[in-house]
Design a protein around this ligand. Structure first.
Ligand code: GLA
Length: 739
């Protein structure tokens, strides 16, 4: 619910368990009052913002005389909703405008506001939607720059049941001169404390999103990407935690940017007992000139708070993604259990090989074959043919014919593309060398022998969309794996004049989103799996179009424990692309039990990434049981609650997690032991999320819910004391409260 108290000029945004409040203070400054657990009397919060006497190094505002006692409002120390640059707040500013006279300053003052049910969806950007929740409301706070009058809308949408607030900023030029946005945060969050831990997701190719928890200290810390994508090295979702917060208790604030291009998040601990988080498009590669009458909207950022630690923070976000961001056609629907041929064959396959994998897959219960890289142009290897999205006749002949044969076996069919890329050795490049991103007169940096197409140009996106759609329709393809295997260098938009080059990277990612929309509009039943060398573009923006993303090229079970736990901090497990691959593992050389690989992959979308025709008989024999678990687990995983039983930001000796249905009648418990322990002590594993008053069937034993929650299961009896041993159990509530 969103309320405004005219007497105290306080805005109060409440969700089921949180309150976000701010004040339109005298002078029009939007002063942040509170974000956290619910408070009922938000008007009383005004008393927390008393004016103060400040030394000369905290300036007054130009139009403000000191109050009677010599006190005044200091923008440098106040908590604010969105700070402008160069007008007295020396902390990192969320808004920086360069005016036509060359001056650079912004001074936002409240003008008016409106509240409307539902949520508008911005043009061209992925965004959350109101969905089925009638309680979703949007607050539009209009501010204007004090000197030039430019209009800035601060937009807040409240999703009550998930405790999420989506924020974005819309800037309109209703002045008579153009001006340039040099920096525009999607949100600024000023918190009234200087002691938070930052929970962030750094990584690299094959070891993405390793959660890391570090105490913030005075000064600024930046998380960023200028790769043209979110990137493997730092995700654009992060959290601020109270120092004592754990998975089950304490204040946790999550911020998730709904964007897939260059981003920046700044965490600044001030000298005045506050911490500022700003997040949005990276100002390093962005500027946008608004002509009179033009407007620009930032991507959205999703804010969530939990007073019950990071576990509840994640579960609220998972609910939010499923109800308000993922494509409703797929959000809680089971995806096909698949086999992907990449690690089975790499580039070395032909129709017969693919059919032999499909013939082996069908009787095991596998539901789809995904044909990965190498099926197009003359793609013998990774040096050629990106952009030539037609069949490699020497390998597979007619795609429609192949798909028909796969369908006849009862399997669906998926196909790999890398739409944003072009090889120099390709028909596409020979026809349109000017379509590749490059700076005239400067060398181009190759990566995996490929160049990046200039997706800031509509004609490039349209041509790629037409080519791909034509093939998908002709061959009746069910599923598309959308890859992106290098980052941007020498980014320059040949279609734009010098003064508009700051638009190119943002326009590029708008082009990527537009291509996704065209593909989905052109083939509404298509399921798209996102991918970028594994998880190099795992973000909320992509998830709007691709309800699952290949989480990492590393499918080693132990490595995946870390990657998937980190990813689950913000993103739902149903979106985590996870497969069982062959051992020794192709990325790291480790061998782990087949069942352990399945246990880990069953915490995601599930499938196989190996040559079924070469699999040992005992592993083959295990597959139908694993697929049966996949189907049994799917409803709980897709729509239930996820619990990490140990902190995601540590390598725990045993990793354990649960999925619990919303009505608590079904649960899945999985655990993996990293390494055998000599002379192992007794181990108790306390479960979470169950009904304490009910009894549960745990495998073939009966346990009380309260025992499982408060005393635990004897893990040493259930989980073998062997390197990388695993356990997965299905729990079923067998009765109502037991006395
Ligand atoms: C990327 C993907 C892999 C595979 C290869 C093909 O690395 O992450 O899964 O598709 O490309 O080249």
């Amino acid at each position: 619910m969103i309320t405004y108290s005219p007497e105290h000029r306080v805005f109060s945004l409440s969700t089921d368990r949180t309150t976000y409040a701010f004040l339109a203070a005298p002078g029009g400054f939007l002063v942040h009052l509170h974000y956290g657990a619910r408070v009922s009397d938000t008007d009383a919060l005004v008393a927390l913002t008393a004016l103060r006497d400040r030394p000369s190094f905290q300036p007054q505002t130009p139009d403000e005389a000191p109050g009677a006692a010599g006190t005044f409002f200091s923008r440098d120390t106040a908590l604010q909703e969105l700070s402008g640059f160069n007008t007295g707040d020396f902390r990192p500013a969320g808004l920086r405008i360069r005016w036509s006279d060359g001056s650079c300053a912004a001074d936002l003052r409240y003008v008016s506001h409106s509240v409307a049910p539902g949520k508008p969806e911005p043009d061209g950007l992925p965004s959350a939607f109101a969905g089925k929740d009638p309680g979703v409301e949007t607050l539009d706070v209009l501010c204007a720059d004090a000197a030039r009058g430019a209009r800035v809308h601060l937009l807040y949408t409240v999703f009550p049941a998930c405790d999420v607030i989506a924020r974005s900023v819309l800037v309109e030029n209703d002045t008579s001169e153009p001006f340039t946005l040099e920096s525009l945060a999607s949100a600024q969050l000023d918190l009234p404390d200087d002691r938070y831990d930052l929970l962030q997701l750094p990584g690299a190719w094959a070891r993405e999103r390793h959660a890391e928890r570090v105490p913030l200290a005075h000064g600024e810390r930046r998380l960023r990407s200028v790769r043209g994508a979110t990137g493997h090295t730092m995700n654009n979702a992060f959290a601020l935690l109270a120092p004592d917060a754990s998975e089950t208790a304490g204040d946790a604030y999550g911020l998730v940017l709904c964007y897939s291009g260059n981003f920046e998040a700044s965490l600044d601990v001030s000298s005045f007992g506050s911490t500022r988080a700003t997040v949005g498009i990276s100002p390093e590669t962005f500027s946008w000139t608004l002509a009179p009458g033009a407007s620009f909207q930032s991507p959205e950022v999703f804010l969530v708070h939990s007073a019950e630690g990071t576990g509840a923070m994640s579960r609220r976000l998972h609910d939010f993604f499923r109800g308000h961001l993922l494509d409703p056609r797929w959000a809680t629907r089971a995806r096909p259990a698949l086999v992907n041929n990449w690690e089975a064959t790499y580039f070395d396959f032909d129709t017969e090989k693919l059919l032999s994998i499909a013939r082996a897959a069908a009787p095991l219960g596998i539901e789809m074959l995904v044909l990965d890289d190498g099926w197009f142009g003359h793609r013998h290897d990774d040096r050629r043919s990106l952009g030539d999205w037609y069949e490699f006749a020497g390998k597979i002949g007619d795609m429609a014919d192949l798909v028909r044969q796969i369908h006849d076996l009862g399997l669906k069919f998926g196909l790999w593309f890398e739409p944003e890329m072009v090889s120099e050795d390709s028909d596409l490049y020979r026809a349109h060398p000017d379509w590749a991103l490059s700076i005239p007169g400067r060398g181009r940096s190759l990566a995996r022998h490929q160049l990046v197409l200039d997706f800031s140009r509509d004609e490039v996106v349209d041509a790629i969309a037409d080519t791909i759609l034509r093939l998908l329709r002709r061959a009746k393809v069910d599923y598309l794996k959308y890859d992106m295997n290098r980052n941007h260098t020498e980014a320059f938009g040949a279609a734009f004049p010098p003064e508009r080059q700051g638009e190119v990277e943002h326009r590029f990612i708008l082009g990527v989103y537009r291509l996704h929309r065209k593909l989905l509009e052109g083939m509404p039943q298509l399921l798209i799996e996102g991918c970028s060398g594994g998880g190099g573009r795992f973000d909320a923006g992509m998830l709007r179009y691709t309800p699952q993303i290949w989480c990492s090229d590393d499918s080693d079970a132990l490595e995946r424990l870390r990657i998937q736990a980190g990813t689950s901090l913000f993103y739902p497990c149903s979106a985590i692309g996870a497969h069982v691959s062959a051992c020794p593992n192709h990325q790291i050389g480790r061998t782990s039990p087949f069942e352990t690989r399945a246990t880990v992959a069953l915490a995601g979308t599930f499938g196989y990434e190996l040559d079924l025709t070469k699999l040992p008989a005992e592993d083959l024999a295990a597959i139908p049981g694993q697929i049966a678990d996949f189907h049994r687990f799917a409803p709980v995983l897709l729509a239930g609650d996820h619990y990490r039983l140990f902190p995601a930001w540590r390598d725990n000796p045993v990793e354990a997690w649960m999925f619990v249905s919303k009505d608590k009648s079904r649960a899945i418990l999985s655990a993996v032991r990293r390494a055998a322990v000599p002379n192992i002590p007794d181990e108790r594993l306390r479960l979470q999320g169950l009904d304490p008053a009910a009894r549960y069937e745990v495998g073939d034993e009966i346990w009380h819910g309260d025992t499982l929650l408060h005393a635990g299961l004897p893990l040493h009896r259930l989980l073998a004391n062997l390197d990388t041993a695993s356990l997965r159990l299905y729990l079923r509530r067998i009765d109502a409260p037991a006395s």
